[in-house]
Design a protein around this ligand. Structure first.
Ligand code: SF4
Length: 371
């Protein structure tokens, strides 16, 4: 069996580690490229969400490299994610591509089904071996997320644009190559040192922008046109509402154990949205409020075109923006989105944020001068 899975940010690092450690041959699809997009848009339905199209492109490229089995997450809720795997399977079948699809659903108490699916992939691996492989993969994932947060801080302040992005590519490689827990710790340590060695500007007048929206668009740089890098190189520090390790912990672990606690998200969003709308629509509202309360300069919402939960959020965000006094800009992305177009809008948005900051400082100084 040669398994593959869709790309989503640095997800391939823990997944490759997990399955390779259990002796399962893994084919990581080539990085998302024009060809990936072309495959996806040619073979997926026109109005399918962009992530589905990119997944199809990933699978076709991986099949060409010899993959015969796809591991795909399943889902529940009012959006289309729940039937992604079935639609993708139909598309592959129609194309005559011989890829078996194994869908790993969030367990929600049905541990036996998850165990059965895992055994179908990992063969004779014992529970202990699966636990150890999972522990290594989890540590890689948390290390990547910790270092990515630091990357965002450093990139906004680097003296030479591009230093932090180069360091990040090296860090992902180190963590990908680590084979044991101690090698992973060493790679994480090296990664921290690598970022710490980057010369930073002395002024600390960077803008702080929160990024909210649909998980795939947030996590996959090839789909969001590397918005975090572009902003970082403009001197903007970004914070994302979703990191993969937080998502795994909340949705796969705590949710399955009935320990998930979304009360704070619902409480914050309640004046604007009183119920779950699928995906991360509700979190887009609650995190915008959090960012406004934490003094962020602005918020960017990212989503694939036609993403229902984020369309709901988009229609509410102008009111949140007015009430909370925080500028919000939305990017609905599809396969035709271009970095040039996005960069132009981002530059205008950042100019606006800088001007607001200057105005705030001026009025603060004026207040201080008043008798
Ligand atoms: S969250 Fe949006 S992009 Fe993701 S499956 Fe649902 S509708 Fe599609």
């Amino acid at each position: 069996m040669k398994i593959t899975f869709p790309h989503m940010g640095h997800l391939h690092v823990p997944l490759r580690s997990f399955f390779s450690r259990l002796g399962v041959e893994t084919v990581v699809p080539p990085p998302i490229s024009q060809e990936t997009m072309a495959f996806g848009t040619r073979y997926a339905p026109e109005f399918a969400c962009l992530p589905l199209k990119v997944n199809v492109g990933n699978f076709l490229q991986a099949a060409r490299l010899g993959a015969d089995t796809v591991i795909m997450a399943g889902g529940i809720g009012p959006c289309r994610f729940g039937y992604y795997a079935q639609v993708e399977q139909e598309i592959l079948r129609d194309l005559g591509v011989d890829l078996k699809m194994v869908v790993l659903e969030p367990p929600q108490g049905h541990w036996r089904e998850l165990w059965h699916n895992l055994r179908a992939i990992t063969g004779r691996a014992s529970l202990k071996e699966i636990w150890r492989a999972g522990r290594l993969a989890w540590r890689k994932l948390t290390a990547l997320d910790e270092l990515e947060r630091e990357l965002h801080r450093v990139r906004a302040r680097e003296v030479t644009p591009g230093d932090a992005s180069r360091a990040w590519r090296q860090i992902v490689d180190w963590l990908d190559q680590a084979e044991t827990l101690s090698e992973t710790e060493e790679a994480a340590h090296l990664g921290r040192a690598h970022l710490a060695a980057i010369p930073l500007r002395e002024d600390d007048d960077v803008l702080r922008v929160g990024i909210v929206g649909e998980i795939y668009t947030l996590l996959e740089p090839a789909v969001n046109l590397e918005v975090e890098r572009v902003l970082g190189e403009m001197g903007v520090e970004v914070e994302r509402s979703i990191y993969l390790s937080d998502w795994v912990k909340t949705n796969l672990v705590l949710h399955s154990l009935h320990l998930r606690n979304d009360r704070e998200e619902y409480r914050l969003a309640a004046p604007y949205l009183g119920h779950f709308v699928g995906g991360h629509g509700l979190e887009s509202i609650s995190f915008t409020i959090r960012y406004a309360r934490s003094g962020f300069d602005g918020v960017i919402q990212l989503a694939p075109l036609t993403c229902m939960p984020e369309i709901v959020a988009e229609s509410i965000l102008p009111k949140v923006s007015r009430d909370m006094g925080i500028p919000v800009i939305t990017f609905m992305l599809d396969e035709h989105a271009s970095e040039v177009g996005m960069r132009t809008r981002l530059e205008a948005f950042c100019d606006l944020l800088r001007e607001r900051r200057r105005q705030k400082k001026r009025s603060q100084r004026a207040k201080e001068l008043l008798p």
